[in-house]
Design a binder for this molecule. Sequence first.
Ligand code: HBI
Ligand code: FE
Length: 279
Amino acid sequence: MGQAPVVYGQSSRPPRGDYERAGADFTCAQDFAAYTPQDHDTYHRLYERQSALLPGRACQAFIDVLPQLGAKERIPRFEDINDHLSRATGWEIVAVPGLIPEVAFFTLLANRQFPVTDWIRTPQEFDYIVEPDVFHDLFGHVPLLFNPVIADYMQRYGAGGLKAEHLGACEMLSRLYWYTIEFGLIREAQGLRAYGAGILSSSGELQYSVNSPKPQRLPLELARTMRTRYKIDTYQQTYFVIDSFEQLFALTEPDFSQLYDSLRDQPEFAADSTPLISP
Ligand code: HBI
Ligand code: FE
């Protein structure tokens, strides 16, 4: 029984990937035989270019753990990564045909299963792709699942997502995901560094997010972050900064129900709106 494809956010593009392969939980087997030599070459070139850009831009925890991803000259087998990952933090990666509905996504995260799209972009999309492909998910998301604090945050996020679904608060919670796990910055002794997967897997945005004077950078604060809209097909105009992964995890301690209620009737912020400077 095939699953209906899913579109990400407001994009109107038809989703990629063959959802006929997906089961009821939207997972499928990694179709390793389907990869062509060109696919492996694309992965290898993306890996080489991106890893050369990490020093001085990626957070130290990411740089330290990246070798756990294993093969860099070809697309890795997911089960090879799972051998290490499950021992490190109890997580495993599961293949999916692409973006999946929010409840399916939250359910997998809550069970320490990270959905990894198993197809890779074409060489023509080398510099940019809207949808997450295997490089975005493996290179961007999987290394920090080896970090115990981020691993616990991701599981808490999944559990929180299932609650948010019942409270009609998915949009607010997905902004927290977007501005942390996808596009988060962290302040380290040597300066600002990226920990968000969307930044870490993008050559242009990794340099822009940490070095450019254009975007604004605000301290991560739940209410502000959950009220700030985001765009899925441009560099971010606002980045939210944390001081440590422990700080991020501590945010997930309280129950968000009252926070959602208090935010529901408050105006949202545009992706580039600057904070009101209190008089
Ligand atoms: N599906 N495969 C996949 N990967 C994601 O990162 C993802 C998703 N579905 C929904 C989603 N992310 C976001 O809307 C989350 O905030 C829920
Ligand atoms: Fe992602």
